[in-house]
Write a protein that binds this ligand. Structure first.
Ligand code: NOJ
Length: 758
């Protein structure tokens, strides 16, 4: 239960003048310090043929492991012998999503037989774990613990690198404000600050103590840029956003990733306001390199260059290669267009030799940074792959990360935690039992068969497993013959129901957009039927996005959001259900009342016709059938404690010059169970020369509170935290009044105000 009370804000005048910022937080961040090419690189380039250069710029899906991907390879690279031959001929820079260190060893040895012995790089989509699978990134973002994401990324890098992988296509740092977009599951949600913090943490985790080390992998911040802003949430569709929104919303997580040292980025599939990202020179060169000083490598997404033909931007493959390359894409993934056309384009003068050499230099520099020239087999050591995966420590981390990712939306009457003994539990729903839909939609190397399901987790936690009955009740998308009847019978014979329903793995992820973000109809029918039995219900949702909950699901007394929790999801959920751990996660995406509210994000702009509190009024901004706000707001999540906020203080009420503003509030746990609370600081700029969001998250802190304990939580607000992109397109702050809130979600909190003075 949350209690808030407003405190008087203090507004004692103070002196100060706005100073120049050493380092603006948006728009002008500087990329990783220039990884200058080692001296041998230019000597090597001087010896390379145009075909060898184009080969260094050509990446292909692996013939082993990435079955679906390699089926789409151009014919010269789609089987083992052809890829080995390409390696020997120096025609391929590396492969991605390959399986196993043996295959990587064979390829590397082949590359070392090539004329110039340039080593290959092995890349992969290591998004949320390798063989040990952690919660999907959206779920992990719900922990509001970037340091947790750093630890899981580190563990993933340790496992993946032992298979020879040196480069991960992660983190995905796209802001996702439209839950219909299936790839919401891969990022950190709708908020810019959360996106920045998780981008930075994941890069640090992947790259560890240095990408030349054998247990580290190079990060790739993707997809640059605004991929999540697809019209109507349709994956791969058009993006048309203002430059201001790019700079304020979509760019900052990339800047955070680059500031943390991410050495590569991936151009996104989408067009941005008429120009595909892959052919967008302004984006990939003027902003990325010119403004931010990024000195790493830009890779296309999978056939992204070729897709510019379908976009209606390139005339043919040759034109697509030219446009992508001149825009700033250094390496082409999967289309083979660079290998096919770049030597000719350079010979004809359509592509400058200097640009050709520059891209090759970036690739060779990346390989040098990875230590591949010194130790081409450094990450490929016999036996290491087996020893380093799914260790007890990694699985324990998977369980910890999973329980820290579960959001408790409701807990009416303190239904949770459940007693471990003496209660008959009916575990109902298509996700109750079975090795399916456990690890999530985008995991190349994990295996549902090695993950622990909910039924197993619950049976291991209760005193008498015989008191647990399981009934699927429904298929995921279709009814199950006799399913509802069996589930109702199980419900009648039980004291409490745990209803495991939601989305399958393949309802989110790449190319999985939904128009209705609801629980599928047959499962909703199951929920209505078992709710009618009248027993207490705990809903455990499986989901890769925000959902619009309806009927008996929405009205259940207890609701847990469990995303896709990975290898140890079942035991982690049992930890929460039976009180071994108090839920501590928060929604990184708003849960709307209805699908039609999407795109929905809490940090929207104010309207000129706000509906006053109370019922809808004519000619004011409101829907006919649904509230404007979210059913469960961004930042929301309950604990087993009883949390109360009080005593807000806002420094001297003035933020001036190069000064800072100290904000403090007291957060108490008045309950009988320990809890962790995510204390959130939001700000609103009341009036500015460019309209500002109704609230923006500026900081957050997760604190542990024993029963009866209270803590003072302090935040420091700086002038640069208030920057926005002004009418002239440059970062600016303007003196004036700001509202602020310290509270448990984007819709609650103690309210205060301060003045920014010139
Ligand atoms: C396409 C996806 O958009 C991208 O995220 C991924 O890294 C590549 N495929 C390679 O698998």
């Amino acid at each position: 239960m949350i209690k808030t009370e407003l405190s008087r804000r203090s507004l004692i005048a103070g002196a100060g003048a706005l100073g120049l910022l050493a380092r603006p937080a948006i728009g002008l961040a500087i990329g990783p310090a220039g990884d200058q090419a080692p001296a041998f690189v230019d000597a090597l380039i001087a010896r390379m043929t145009p075909e060898e250069k184009a080969g260094q710029l050509t990446l292909m899906a692996s013939a082993i492991g990435g079955a679906a991907a390699s089926a789409l390879n151009p014919p010269n690279a789609n089987n083992v012998e052809q890829q080995l031959a390409a390696a020997r001929a120096g025609q391929i820079t590396g492969i991605f999503n390959g399986a196993g260190s043996d295959w990587h060893r064979r390829l590397q040895q082949a590359a070392l037989q090539s004329r110039l012995k340039i080593p290959m790089v092995f890349a992969a989509d290591v998004i949320h774990g390798f063989r040990t699978v952690f919660p999907v990134p959206l779920g992990e973002a719900a922990s509001f613990e970037p340091e947790l994401a750093e630890r899981t990324a580190r563990a993933a890098a340790e496992e993946a690198s032992a298979a020879g992988i040196a480069w991960t296509f992660a983190p995905m740092v796209d802001i996702a404000r439209d839950a219909r977009w299936g790839r919401s599951v891969e990022g950190a949600g709708e908020d810019v600050l959360l996106g920045r913090r998780f981008a930075e943490a994941r890069v640090k985790g992947f790259q560890g103590r240095g990408v030349d080390r054998d247990d580290c992998v190079l990060a790739c911040a993707k997809h640059f840029a605004a991929y999540g802003a697809a019209e109507a949430g349709l994956d791969y569709s058009t993006v048309d956003v203002s430059e201001r929104t790019l700079r304020e919303v979509y760019f900052p997580p990339f800047q955070a990733a680059f500031d943390a040292g991410a050495g590569t980025t991936m151009a996104s599939f989408n067009e941005i306001s008429g120009v595909p990202a892959t052919g967008n020179r302004w984006l990939l060169t003027d902003v990325l390199r010119g403004e931010w000083g990024f000195s790493g490598l830009v890779v296309s997404d999978y056939t992204g260059d070729e897709e510019m033909i379908a976009h209606g931007f390139a005339a043919d493959g040759r034109d697509a290669a030219r446009l992508a390359f001149l825009a700033g894409v250094d390496m082409s993934m999967q289309s083979g267009l660079y290998a096919k056309y770049l030597p000719g384009l350079v010979a004809e003068g359509a592509v400058p030799q200097a640009r050709f050499d520059q891209a090759v230099r970036r690739v060779l520099t990346m390989k040098a940074r990875l230590g591949l020239f010194d130790r081409p087999l450094g990450r490929i050591v016999a036996g290491r792959e087996r020893e380093r995966v799914r260790t007890p420590a990694a699985l324990e981390l998977a369980r910890e990360a999973a329980r820290r990712s579960v959001v408790m939306l409701k807990n009416d009457g303190g239904l949770l935690p459940l007693a471990k003994a003496g209660r008959r539990i009916a575990l109902i729903g298509p996700f109750a039992e079975g090795q399916h839909d456990l690890i999530g939609p985008w995991n190349v190397y994990g295996d549902d068969k090695q993950a622990v399901d909910l039924a197993t987790g619950i049976r291991a936690a209760v005193a008498d497993p015989k008191l647990v009955t399981v009934a699927a009740g429904s298929g995921i998308d279709a009814p199950l013959a006799g399913g509802i009847e069996a589930a109702v019978a199980a419900a009648r014979a039980a004291d409490v129901l745990v209803l495991a329903i939601g989305e399958s793995s393949n309802m989110s992820g790449e190319a999985q957009s939904r128009t209705a973000i609801t629980v599928p109809a047959p499962q909703q029918a199951l929920a209505e039927a078992v709710a009618a039995v009248g027993k207490p219900i705990v809903v455990v949702l499986k989901n890769g996005r925000a959902l619009a909950l309806e009927g008996a699901v929405r009205d259940a007394p207890a609701i847990l959001v469990s995303w896709f929790l990975g290898s140890e999801g079942g035991p982690a959920l049992a930890d929460i259900l039976f009180g071994a751990y108090s839920p501590s996660a928060r929604l990184p995406v708003s849960f709307p009342y209805e699908s039609g509210q999407e795109p929905y994000h809490y940090d929207h702009k104010p309207t000129g016709r706000p509906n006053p509190p109370g019922p809808p009024q004519e000619y004011k901004a409101h829907y006919r059938t649904a509230p404007n706000e979210a059913l469960f707001p961004f930042g929301h999540g309950l604990t087993y404690g009883e949390i109360a906020y009080s005593g807000l203080s806002v420094g001297d009420g003035r933020l001036g010059g190069s000064g800072t503003l100290s904000i403090a509030a007291t957060v108490a746990n008045k309950g009988r169970r320990a809890a962790e609370e995510v204390v959130q600081l939001y700000v609103r700029d009341r009036t500015a020369s460019v309209t500002r969001p109704v609230r923006q998250l500026k900081d957050f802190r997760k604190i542990a509170l024993a029963p009866g304990e209270s803590k003072t939580v302090r935040f420091t607000l700086r002038r640069e935290d208030l920057l926005f992109i002004g009418q002239d397109g440059k970062p600016t702050v303007e003196p004036g009044w700001f509202d602020l809130w310290v509270g448990p979600s984007a819709a609650e909190g103690l309210q205060g105000a301060f003045e920014l003075v010139a």
